[in-house]
Design a protein around this ligand. Structure first.
Ligand code: PRP
Length: 196
């Protein structure tokens, strides 16, 4: 079914982190990670889907040998944003026992997702387990999580772009943006297809 998707420029309120600033900070994080994991062959794990852009840019700046892997989860509870349990919907291909693991996330909000993913990974006995996050919405934290590499601390505003979506769209934007939600219209099917 084709959808009517509003152009983000119609509701863009502000570019919170421009592309250059993002890339510069990601290069710095990669330099730090390259130093810290020298000779350790780390495995970088990305939680789908928001973290994909960050992971792929981050590894382009790494100067050490490393591997990547992906996992997907679904949160359930009363609402999507309520702290609830998570369910693993796609597991890793790699065995992490004895490995140096670095979890790479786009954003930590309540902390619920990362806290539970860490628990789940810890059971598998990695040699080390650390967290690298691009955006830390620290005011929203409900569960304390360790953050070893942090890109930016951001205010408690809804953000999209650079992996983060507006109802599934605009993850491709190279910057982090804030929408004016009063001007936002969620995607809907084209009128002619609504009856399908
Ligand atoms: C986002 C983000 C984190 C989580 C952070 O994922 O990628 O996984 O929310 O929120 P928390 O700290 O409150 O748990 P989202 O559910 O939007 O899925 P997506 O990555 O597939 O867009």
């Amino acid at each position: 079914m084709s959808m009517q998707v509003q152009d983000y420029r119609e509701y863009l309120q502000e570019i919170l982190i421009p592309e250059e600033q993002l890339q510069q900070r990601i290069a710095e994080l990669a330099a730090e990670i390259s130093r810290d994991y020298e000779g350790k062959l780390p495995l970088l794990i990305c939680i789908l889907r928001g973290g994909v852009m960050f992971l792929t840019d981050l590894i382009r700046y790494l100067t050490i040998p490393h591997e990547i892997d992906f996992m997907a989860i679904e949160s359930y509870g009363q609402g999507r944003r309520d702290p609830g349990e998570i369910r693993l919907t796609m597991d890793l291909h790699t065995t992490i026992r004895g490995r140096h693991v670095l979890l790479v996330e786009d954003i930590i909000d309540t902390g619920n997702t990362v806290a539970q993913v860490l628990e789940l990974l810890q059971v598998r006995q990695p040699k080390s387990l650390k967290v690298c996050v691009l955006l830390d919405k620290v005011e929203r934290r409900q569960v304390e999580v360790p953050i070893h590499y942090r890109g930016f601390e951001i205010p408690n505003k809804f953000v999209f772009g650079y992996g983060l979506d507006m109802d599934g769209y605009w993850r491709n934007l190279p910057f982090i943006a804030v929408p004016d939600l009063s001007r936002y219209r969620p995607p809907k099917p084209f009128p002619s297809e609504e009856k399908d």
